[in-house]
Design a protein around this ligand. Sequence first.
Ligand SMILES: *Cc1c(COP(=O)(O)O)cnc(C)c1O
Length: 220
Amino acid sequence: MAADELLHDIRDRIAKASRLAGRKPADTTLIAVSKTHPAEAIEPLLVAGQRDFGENRVQEAEEKWPALRARYPDVTLHLIGQLQSNKAADAVALFDVIHSVDRPSLVTALGKAMAAGKRPDCFLQVNIGDEPQKGGCAIADVPALLANAREAGLPIVGLMAIPPADVEPAPYFALLAKMARDLGLSGLSMGMSADYETAVTLGATHVRVGSALFGARAAA
Ligand SMILES: *Cc1c(COP(=O)(O)O)cnc(C)c1O
């Protein structure tokens, strides 16, 4: 399928999953995860009307997006990958939304970077499967990190998670949704190519879809 057909198919599936759950299609933002893909692969989606894009590396995004944005100024750029504190200022300058706030040292760095005035919306990333190799804040530490982030002036809009691979993701999505509800946060960044419909039925406000839109990525 061509890029615009894939896009319409995914939008249809999001709309169906929304209706199934009694939600509105417009309640979920589709983030097209364009990491590793060149501008030529991104352009057809821009032409088809897609405006939310996700990248996982600051430097790669800095190389690709200024030129695209000059032509599509209404793009919303989401940082979905782990962020090093020494890249915080660059991330704040480039991105509109940061989904990977996961530790106090990063909160401090982002707070300093935002003192200049630009304040991208932020999600706290939760290590929802308690996996040692994965980024994200431990579940028990999320309330303290939220307080810390608010004190530092970060606009925290919700929670983000990547459930463990190869197991049914629904219980993890439901747990993240419950945590957000308990904390009074409305944003839920969850669901990728393999499971975004499930995530939508469980309340996702942002799904991050890469390979289903762009095809498989080259091995890292
Ligand atoms: C790469 C990535 C995605 C997209 O993954 P696909 O399975 O290709 O849809 C979503 N979220 C994060 C954090 C990623 O790094």
